[in-house]
Ligand binder design. Structure first.
Ligand code: GLU
Length: 414
């Protein structure tokens, strides 16, 4: 078996969608390639006075439907292929939920836990300066992703603004509220995951009263989703973060556990047993919600998954081989480009507020998010039923159809 390559994974699904749609090669050839790939060397003066150079990336996959959009992640294992795949998934995601953006992604190869706060700020500001020529509110708008959040977005906004000579709120989303962030943005991805889960449960006609949910990841997506599931009355039986997790058949005390999310080693709860990340994926549950990194459900463990429904809070958590096994076993998978689109949807609302100098109240944000998610889910469900395909294929077909139409309408220059 060859090594997992996220970009090839993405292309394989895209090709399958193109075949099913009956697209001609010419209609989607350009979509197989990112428009622009930038690799930068980011020098940082460390606290001890030494200079360390980090590798950074920004990939713009498509601007056919609007400005490029997508997060920036800080992770020691990222590489160009991962960022390319993530950028393409952003183009597809924005097309699935029909917001007027293309796709992009950025990353710095770094473990932020090893940096002091000052080092992290210097790294962020220097990285921003180095990608500055290709970002901007009409061009490419970064946002949070793995290991990045509002504070880092604030530094990006400030650095960009200093170069411009005036405040530019719309250059980045997921900012702190006081500098143009949107109410509801922090919870948006997790909230969207819950909305889509409710819709899928209704469609599958499973009895919602005693459903057991397992959530992998306790960051901005998994942590929020676990809390909202708990508040909605679902039984969250398992969670795991980077340092391991817990399983409890009768349901975990999610609020208490989240308080210790950063130091799960110190957590204990009567009846809860310690489990690892791998165990969580195959634990006894009805709904599995992977909200960590890509390539978690693979050919190696897919057959052991006990959940009947998987809702992908993370980007790319299921490999193509695993997808086929899950499909054969009758597991319904709600794919990333639909399930975790809540984040970029509310990013879009944030940007809309920024460029119009408006402020929406939280109810308006959450209500509009719900409308967009439910509408998108139902559009994909229609394709699932009419074409007798999986949710993943249906979502990719919808996205590719919209992307290729936009590309065709614009034409190829010259
Ligand atoms: N990083 C998030 C994602 O993968 C959000 C992107 C955004 O808001 O632009 O969808």
């Amino acid at each position: 078996m060859c090594a997992y390559n996220p970009y090839e994974n993405m292309l394989e699904v895209l090709e399958a969608a193109a075949r099913k749609l009956g697209l001609q090669q010419n209609d989607y050839e350009a979509i197989k390639y990112p428009e622009r790939e930038l690799k930068v060397a980011v020098p940082v003066k460390m606290d001890d006075g030494k200079i360390k150079v980090f590798e950074g990336y920004r990939v713009q996959h498509s601007s056919s439907r609007g400005p490029c959009k997508g997060g920036i992640r800080y992770h020691p294992d990222v590489d160009m292929d991962e960022v390319k795949a993530l950028a393409a998934w952003m183009s597809l995601k924005c097309a699935v939920v029909d917001i007027p953006y293309g796709g992009a992604k950025g990353a710095v190869k770094v473990d932020p836990a090893e940096l002091s706060k000052d080092e992290l700020e210097r790294l962020t500001r220097r990285f921003t300066a180095m990608i500055l020529p290709i970002i901007g509110p009409e061009r490419d708008i970064p946002a949070p992703d793995v290991n990045t959040g509002p504070e880092i977005m604030g530094w990006i906004m400030d650095t960009y603004s200093i170069f411009k000579g005036y405040s530019v709120h719309g250059v980045v989303t997921g900012k702190p509220l006081e500098i143009g962030g949107s109410l509801g943005r922090t919870e948006a991805t997790g909230r969207g995951v819950c909305i889509v889960t409710d819709e899928a449960v209704k469609y599958l006609q499973i009895d919602a009263s005693n459903l057991r949910i397992a959530v992998q990841g306790l960051g901005n997506v998994g942590g929020i989703a676990a809390r909202l599931f708990h508040e909605a009355g679902y039984k969250v039986v398992a969670v795991s973060g980077s340092t391991g997790g817990f399983y409890k058949e009768s349901g975990l005390d999610v609020p208490a556990l989240l308080q210790k999310a950063k130091h799960l080693d110190d957590y204990s709860e009567t009846g809860a047993k310690k489990i690892g990340n791998a165990e969580l994926l195959t634990c006894a549950c009805d709904i599995l919600v992977p909200c960590a990194l890509q390539n978690q459900i693979t050919a190696g463990n897919a057959a052991a998954v006990k959940a009947k429904l998987i809702v992908e809070g993370a980007n790319g958590p299921t490999s193509v081989e695993a997808d086929a096994i899950l499909d054969k076993n009758g597991v319904t998978v709600i794919p990333d480009i639909l399930a975790n689109a809540g984040g970029v949807i509310v990013s879009y609302f944030e940007w809309v507020q920024n460029i119009q100098n408006l402020i929406w109240d939280e109810d308006q944000v959450n209500e509009t998010l719900r409308n967009v998610m439910v509408r998108s889910f139902n559009q994909i469900l229609r394709i699932v039923k009419e074409q007798k395909v999986s949710f993943r294929l249906a979502a990719n077909m919808q996205a590719l159809y919209r992307l290729s139409k936009a590309k065709k309408s614009r034409g190829i220059f010259p």
